[in-house]
Design a protein around this ligand. Structure first.
Ligand SMILES: CCCCCCCCCCCCC/C=C/[C@@H](O)[C@H](COP(=O)(O)O)NC(=O)CCCCCCCCCCCCCCC
Length: 213
């Protein structure tokens, strides 16, 4: 019997390729599959990151529940979800408080983190060989997600980033071959991640959902 294939970030990043349909809809199943793999990768980087992976995991799990639940046809794509949750009053862009378990506010958190991922991967790919992932990660975080986090989370995140391995070891942990291969995989995945981010951003902006509490 063949051994199970080793975990590689190639498939994870590839999941984002499968998200966008011909009609420019974002499918939730591959979106969550992509996140699951990223969380698994984060686990492999050590326990310092577990407060981050726990939060991401809880959000992915909540969304997986919707995708398998009674109303699963409403959660096939982000477009279907937005339409359903707005029409049924699960979310209301005009209210200051809202349900903490809605699909829209949960995806919004992942969506903001996807912007961090995009900047981080871009940085990793284009920075020189002696660049440090911890510095790239901090810069990407400060330019994106940090704006949505309170001081204490920002502080904890910045401390955790210092534990990231140096570039060579980081690229190796991706398990896609040599450092050059890893950089190539990042380059292939980025346009898809950018596309998913862009479509989601437009969808949420159109329905005034970008500030859901
Ligand atoms: C490789 C290093 C990984 C660094 C991860 C960078 C993101 C730092 C995020 C810090 C979040 C801390 C945890 C708490 C967050 C929540 O407060 C906050 C708000 O939620 P709430 O409104 O429900 O309260 N949650 C969030 O913003 C969602 C955060 C989701 C983070 C997902 C991070 C996944 C990281 C995957 C790493 C993969 C790297 C791949 C590189 C090739």
């Amino acid at each position: 019997m063949a051994a199970p294939a080793a975990f590689s970030l190639r498939e994870v990043l590839g999941a984002f390729r499968g998200c966008v349909t011909e009609r420019r809809e974002v499918l939730l199943e591959p979106y969550l599959r992509g996140w699951r793999g990223l969380i698994r990768f984060l686990h492999s980087l050590g326990a310092v990151f577990s407060f981050i992976s726990r939060d991401a995991e809880a959000k992915v799990q909540l969304m997986e529940g919707y995708c398998r639940g009674e109303r699963r046809e409403r959660y096939v794509s982000l477009q279907a979800m937005v339409q359903y949750e707005l029409a049924s009053g699960v979310v209301d862009p005009h209210k200051r408080s809202g349900r903490a378990d809605s699909g829209c506010r949960t995806v919004l958190r992942l969506h903001r983190a996807l912007r961090w991922l995009q900047l981080f991967l871009e940085g990793l790919r284009t920075a020189g060989e002696d660049s440090r992932p911890s510095a790239i990660c901090t810069d990407s975080y400060n330019a994106s997600l940090a704006a949505f986090h309170p001081w204490v989370i920002r502080k904890a995140a910045t401390v955790a980033f210092c534990a990231l391995p140096p570039r060579g070891a980081f690229l190796e942990a991706m398990n896609v071959g040599s450092a050059e291969d890893a950089v190539a995989v990042l380059g292939e995945a980025l346009p898809y991640i950018r596309d998913v981010y862009g479509i989601t951003q437009e969808l949420f902006a159109e329905h005034r959902l970008l500030d859901l509490p």
